[in-house]
Design a protein around this ligand. Structure first.
Ligand SMILES: [Zn+2]
Length: 265
């Protein structure tokens, strides 16, 4: 059987049978020798070994160009079935931006909550019993809503105290603040003594009914716009200085009528 040798440029390797040579890590450029050849000869130049030559891939001329070409071909193929690299990058960018905004928003909410809690603790600890019979207003409030068929559960705890919060910049609650609105078992209202003392009778009613509507009926403030002026849940009730008791009765009853309509449904 014919034996073949080849060289890796340094060493002579072999002898191999034809089949064994096929399994060797040779290329078209590998120099081969067998009995009968005068010199080491390039595999590609040997007709006798054509079968082996044809089974080997041709040499790569320019690696980079071929890789780029292949990429181009792949991209063209992929255009309709999957997003390109740029699209993927853009989607990732949007996702990162979205997550960042979400995280910032959560931090913001957390800090806001913490601030509100700190503020609540501050008010609570500085609160004191007022020489005002707030219970009189509460009883009247419950009688008034009962006329409209509104019978909320009577809370077991009722705290209405004075607390100084002139330092608050939020104009909405500079006169009074309610903390029982999401707790049906508790009325917790703090009234600013300096504003209470400066308020005339109708405005006091407006204030305490406004806070009780928050607390007992779980109502929110209306927006501070002219169309809400005169209503009980208008946030800037300090502007009601000139209002009369008749106007107060009218606006509180208008509100109870609205609430009663919702209660029936
Ligand atoms: Zn309010």
């Amino acid at each position: 059987m014919k034996k073949y040798f080849y060289t890796d440029g340094v060493e002579k390797l072999g002898p191999f049978t034809f089949e064994e040579l096929k399994q060797q890590p040779i290329t078209r450029e590998t120099k081969v020798w067998y009995y009968g050849l005068e010199n080491w000869t390039k595999l590609a130049d040997l007709d006798e070994l054509k079968d082996i030559t044809n089974s080997l891939p041709p040499p790569i001329k320019n690696n980079k160009v071929i890789v780029e070409k292949q990429d181009e071909i792949n991209n063209e193929k992929n255009i309709q079935i999957s997003p390109t690299k740029n699209q993927k990058k853009r989607v990732r960018g949007i996702l990162i931006a979205f997550v960042s905004i979400l995280v910032l928003f959560i931090v913001f909410l957390f800090l806001k909550k913490q601030n509100q809690y700190k503020f609540y603790q501050e008010i609570k600890s500085s609160a004191y019993e007022a020489d005002v019979d707030f219970n009189f207003y509460v009883e009247k409030f419950y009688r008034d809503i009962a006329v409209y068929g509104i019978f909320p559960k009577r809370p077991t705890t009722s705290i209405i105290k004075f607390a100084k919060f002139d330092h608050i910049t939020d104009a909405t609650h500079i006169h009074g603040i309610s903390y029982g609105s999401n707790d049906d078992d508790r009325i917790e209202i703090y009234v600013n003594p300096s504003t209470w003392n400066s308020f005339k009778k109708p405005l006091r009613y407006y204030l305490i009914y406004h806070e009780l509507a928050h607390d007992v009926l779980n109502l929110d403030d209306l927006t501070n716009s002219s169309e809400n002026e005169g209503k009980l849940m208008f946030p800037a009730i300090a502007s009601y200085e000139a209002k009369t008791m008749d106007e107060f009765i009218e606006s509180s009853h208008a509100l109870f009528e609205e609430v009663a309509a919702k209660w029936k449904n």
